[in-house]
Ligand binder design. Structure first.
Ligand SMILES: [Zn+2]
Length: 240
């Protein structure tokens, strides 16, 4: 069986930000995002949420598919990305910090990183209604490897429970805050009833990838179209 690559794209904020923005690279301008989705469509790819990508990761389905993920749950995902995703009949997973609804990326405050609003309860409901999906990103965006096992379990369980209760949806997909995880945390995610977890490890996923250590392809402000294509279509990211 030849190696069947499944790129999973990692986005954060989709917004045109001024030059003074700290960590401006995390903000992909809507125009660039639109171009990226357009080129995927033109090439015959379908952009899918992690939930919809699962049969492909399991090897039960084959096709030209790309996973689309957004970390943290920024309001601009709903305002700027969702209309483009809908236009191309794509879906995507947004990883939500359950304790941060309607707030901002306060976990970045200490580093002076520019703050952007996170979706409120009703905005997430709208995101779901539009055919998009959500996953868990802990309760407070905690680095799970730097807190006690008990605290980590609470971060994971509370997030899953809160999102399931609020949005009446089964939460099966997780994303490690700051991309931080280890074997213990990995097993914890598995035992907590999740079916997948994405990392910040770079590369394209394959059917052989560990479901709880899924690599992704970072897309940022500086990812111009030719680099985007190289990242998705070639081995460029696989050994990064
Ligand atoms: Zn995050």
């Amino acid at each position: 069986m030849s190696k069947y690559n499944i790129p999973i794209l990692m986005y954060h904020s989709i917004e045109l930000m001024p030059k003074s923005t700290v960590m401006r690279s995390l903000h992909v301008p809507p125009r660039s995002f639109k171009l990226q989705m357009w080129i995927l469509k033109i090439l015959g790819y379908k952009g899918l949420s992690i939930r919809e990508l699962k049969p492909y990761l399991d090897g039960n389905k084959k096709g030209k598919v790309v996973g689309i993920t957004f970390d943290d749950g920024y309001q601009n995902n709903l305002l700027n990305a969702a209309p483009i995703l809908i236009k191309y009949n794509f879906s995507a997973t947004c990883y939500i910090v359950s304790g941060g609804l309607g707030s901002s990326n306060t976990w970045d405050l200490e580093k002076g990183i520019t703050q952007r609003p996170l979706m409120t309860d009703s905005e997430i409901k709208l995101w779901l209604k539009l055919g998009m999906d959500i996953g868990a990103h802990t309760k407070t965006h905690a680095d799970l490897t730097s807190i006690s096992i008990n605290e980590a379990q609470i971060e994971i369980n509370d997030c899953k429970r809160e999102l399931e209760n609020k949005f009446n949806i089964k939460i099966t997909d997780f994303c490690y805050p700051f991309g931080q995880f280890n074997e213990l945390i990995c097993n914890m995610i598995k035992d907590s009833g999740f079916l997948s977890a994405t990392t910040m490890n770079r590369g394209r996923a394959t059917y052989e990838s560990n479901r709880y250590m899924l690599p992704r392809i970072p897309i940022n402000h500086r990812t111009l179209l030719h680099l985007f294509l190289v990242k998705v279509l070639t081995r460029y990211e696989d050994n990064k």
